[in-house]
Design a protein around this ligand. Structure first.
Ligand code: FRU
Length: 448
């Protein structure tokens, strides 16, 4: 990846280039196994999708008196899945073993925005902070699509061996808004979608600097020479933005130029997050097939980049950037991947999106009868993927059950053998285990 020009022209230090992204392909080690619906789910009554773990300042998964916690976007399960973004609210689930989860209910009684989109959560000295996207104007009568990055301070945990709760009173603040120079405003946007969202907290151990990564778009002036002057390609202007907190105060942020952009390549670099591994910084984002610029064939997938410092320069993993994607016959089965380290592996959780559907685009789901849209939506967490990470290369090793989110002191099960020369066979998901040798599913157990 080339270094960008110095900060100040709106473009990022590192760029995901057209040539790099043109090399995206489904290949062994990158394609996830087919996912089947789980036998049971802790989120009866609600759809859940984007999910994040409560973590400490350095990204390690937090354990509070034996409990770990996830926060999920949620909406009533009787709602048409495509409408869920319009009413999303943040709930939490807690677990002592990373397998059985208890529904803690909505985190906030009220929050900023008409609805709340993705974010992150920090446990700092016993205090819980939530970072989230305030989507829509609070007092507008209609649904609006403005996005601001918000924070909530004041969360406190009360826990015993059999009970766990996170309670306020919460203090909500808008933390960041786009400036129109480095980060596009909604009014400037010419793309199919607009983004200024998905804050993710991380304190860089190398510099001690507190950072908030987020998804944004870079302003590309109309009539400019960017993308060779191709106006259609200019609308694809996604970036990973960053703000820093000089004092370390999680509620006080200063915008910095983006650390990575995909101008002329992709419109949405969603849910950016970092894993520090072997002294390097691995930056991950999720993106969709339909948000790649014309001429680039990408997939709904987890994309990754590596650098020697948090600011970059970043180069794409596996040459083109693709780390995990769905199989060709289930191209929309999972989305919104989030990686976290576990001993010598990287674990990746995501949500179970549309299955039993191999249409050309996600949009076509909306053309199916409503009952079919409901039937084909997973609306719960998917299996957790296990990844090997080595320098600029990654490889899917296997997967754990839906909702299985282990801590580093909990060992992972042994692997099943791979089929010679092939991608991971079948599914390692749901209630049973796929036996690669016989090809049979050994149903009847919740264990891997
Ligand atoms: C990804 C995403 C996020 C956003 C949320 C809204 O699944 O698009 O970027 O915060 O969904 O539901």
């Amino acid at each position: 990846m080339k270094d960008g020009p110095p900060a100040g022209d709106g473009r990022a230090h590192s760029r995901w280039t057209h040539d790099q992204a043109a090399g995206i392909e489904r290949r062994e080690g990158i394609v996830a196994p087919v996912v089947y619906p789980p036998a049971s789910r802790p989120n009866e009554g609600v759809h859940v999708w984007d999910t994040w773990l409560l973590r400490d300042r350095h990204g390690a998964v937090a354990e509070v008196d034996g409990w770990r916690v996830v926060f999920c976007l949620s909406a009533p399960a009787d709602l048409l899945p495509g409408k869920r973004h319009d009413v999303a609210e943040i709930r939490y689930y807690c677990s002592r073993d990373g397998r059985r989860w208890h529904d803690g209910g909505p985190v906030f009684e009220s929050a900023l925005g008409q609805r709340q989109w993705a974010g992150s959560a920090l446990l700092d000295d016993g205090d819980v902070y939530l970072f989230y996207t305030a989507a829509g104007e609070d007092d507008a009568a209609e649904l609006t699509y403005s996005q601001r990055i918000a924070g909530a301070a004041g969360g406190a945990v009360s826990a015993t061996d059999d009970s766990f709760a996170i309670e306020g009173p919460w203090r909500h603040e808008v933390l960041l808004e786009p400036d129109g120079e480095r980060y596009e405003t909604e009014a400037q946007s010419r793309g199919m979608a607009y983004t200024f969202r998905d804050p993710w907290f991380y304190e860089d151990p190398a510099t001690g600097e507190s950072c908030l990564l987020f998804e944004g778009n870079v302003p590309v002036p109309e009539g400019s020479e960017t993308c060779g002057g191709d106006a259609a390609a200019q609308a694809f202007n996604g970036c990973v933005g960053v703000a820093v907190s000089p004092s370390g105060d999680p509620m006080d942020w200063t915008r910095r130029p983006p650390i990575l952009d995909a101008v002329c390549v992709n419109q949405e670099l969603e849910r950016p997050h970092v894993v520090r591994w072997d002294g390097r910084y691995y930056l991950f984002v999720s993106s969709h097939m339909h948000t790649f610029a014309p001429g680039i064939t990408g997939y709904d997938g987890l994309y990754g980049f590596v650098a020697d410092s948090l600011a970059g320069p970043y180069r794409p993993l596996n040459d083109a950037g693709l780390v995990v994607t769905n199989p060709a016959n289930a191209p929309f089965q999972s989305y919104s991947w989030m990686a976290f380290p576990h001993r010598e592996e990287l674990l990746v959780q995501s949500f179970f999106n549309y299955y039993d559907f191999d249409g050309e685009t996600l949009d076509l789901i909306g053309h199916l009868p409503e009952s079919e849209q409901m039937r084909r939506f997973g609306g719960t967490l998917g299996p957790t993927l296990r990844l090997a990470l080595d320098g600029d290369r990654t490889r899917i090793l296997g997967s754990l059950d839906h909702w299985h989110l282990p801590l580093p002191d909990e060992p992972l099960p042994d692997f099943l053998p791979h089929e010679p020369g092939g991608t991971l066979p079948g599914s390692l998901t749901g209630t049973g285990e796929y036996d690669a040798r016989s090809g049979d599913r050994a149903d009847g157990t919740d264990e891997e």
